[in-house]
Design a protein around this ligand. Structure first.
Ligand code: LMR
Length: 397
């Protein structure tokens, strides 16, 4: 049966993480996967998560099945984080949320819902984008096209071409957008650009899916959701995939959600019934543990406030590393000015390194990054930054 099956290529992001693990060099640095690391190079267990774990341990609840739509408290908190506590979307009940297996799972549910139930088969993603966007939609039966996003020479968003490409999409196409902290470029739209984009989306009858995997990693929880709130205010129907992987440092617990914003409560209830069917056919019902941790933290005002502080500390450390990297590159004598890293948002920076330079970084220095030139700034710390800057400078010469 499988005699002639070709081997699939290694995942361009997670595969690099595996290579890093296998590298015996002590000086190695992991700048590949989008995972926040502490100053000590460790994935943190947030204090609030530890407290929630203790409470759950004491509660000693049985591990029965949860609802297909997941933990209802989490579904509610997701909406609060996306739209704001007193938003019209929540009071009118015109949105439904289903807990998902991380942000990836939410995107898959969205792709299935739109394809299986509504017959959509065209999606458009940014060029470049998080590679899995393309894979998920292709595997869900879509033809995937790309709208231009990045101007390599200028190191900015190629907005004019982007708008032209979006305008040219067939009506009904699913347009995947990064709500904040664009992965991989670290370049986000200005408020004006979001408004222009929204107008074109409405005018062309496109179906927006806003992916927000890094809420809280740019400016703050509310600020980072501003694009989603703009779309909500416009009164259109759209979808949002969200994730607690990064914001709670709960990567392996696979906790996120798909939110579908519709026109009214009745529509939302019908959409919810369909999303639940997608979930049931994919994995039956989502895991309980990560959701219970998130619900425990967000349901306790004291823990919630503490979580926001811990999130801010992660965000601020990344900002500091951006400044330090720019300085260290100058000090190391980089032929290229690296101050652009201080202007990008979120966890990532698009360095402009070629696949050959990325390969040299790996081979000669044990520094692991994604072949498209993306680095995860959160992998930098005071101890490795000079080493990294020297290596970054050397591979440019
Ligand atoms: C990333 O982009 O590195 C993260 O979102 C992890 C992943 O699943 O690719």
């Amino acid at each position: 049966l499988f005699e002639k099956i070709p081997a699939a290529p290694e995942d361009p992001i997670l595969g690099v993480g595996q290579q890093f693990k296998a590298d015996p060099r002590a000086e190695k640095v992991n700048l590949s996967v989008g995972v926040y690391q502490t100053e000590e190079g460790k994935i943190p267990v947030l204090n609030v998560v530890r407290e929630a774990e203790t409470r759950l341990y004491k509660a000693n609840k049985p591990h029965g099945y949860g609802p297909i739509s997941g933990n209802p408290d989490v579904d509610h908190y997701i909406q609060e984080l996306l739209f704001g506590k007193d938003s019209e979307v929540i009071t009118s009940k015109r949105a439904c949320t289903v807990q998902s297996l991380g942000g990836t799972g939410a995107i898959k549910l969205a792709a299935d819902l739109l394809h299986v139930v509504l017959g959509k088969n065209k999606a458009a993603t940014s060029a470049p984008t998080w590679g899995n966007h393309n894979t998920i939609f292709k595997q869900a039966g879509y033809e995937v096209s790309h709208y231009r996003y990045y101007n390599k020479e200028a190191g900015t968003i190629d907005f004019d071409h982007l708008i032209g490409d979006i305008r040219a999409l067939e009506s009904g196409t699913v347009v995947v957008l990064h709500a904040c902290c664009h992965n991989p470029t670290g370049l986000d739209f200005s408020e004006e650009q979001w408004k222009t984009l929204l107008d074109v989306i409405v005018e062309r009858g496109l179906t927006p899916l806003l992916d927000i995997a890094y809420q809280g990693f740019d400016k703050g929880l509310d600020e980072d959701a501003s694009s989603i709130r703009l779309f909500a205010k416009a009164g259109i129907s759209f979808l949002v995939s969200s994730s607690f992987s990064k914001s709670f440092s709960l990567y392996g617990e696979r906790i996120g959600g798909l939110t579908v914003v519709t026109q009214n409560a009745d529509e939302a209830a019908r959409v919810l019934s369909q999303v639940k069917q997608m979930a049931r056919a994919n994995y039956s019902n989502p895991p309980l543990y990560g959701a219970a941790l998130v619900a425990t933290v967000l349901g306790d005002p004291k823990l919630r406030a503490e979580w926001e502080q811990e999130l801010a500390a992660m965000r601020n450390r990344i900002r500091e590393m951006r400044e330090l990297l720019a300085e260290a590159m100058k000090k190391a004598g980089s032929p290229r000015d690296f101050s652009f890293v201080t202007k990008q948002d979120g966890m990532f920076s698009f360095t402009g390194f070629t696949p050959e330079q990325i390969e040299r970084l790996k081979k000669d220095y044990g520094i692991y990054a994604v072949a498209n030139g993306r680095i995860c700034i959160a992998g930098l710390n005071h101890k490795n930054i000079e080493y990294v800057a020297k290596a970054f400078t050397a591979v440019q010469k």
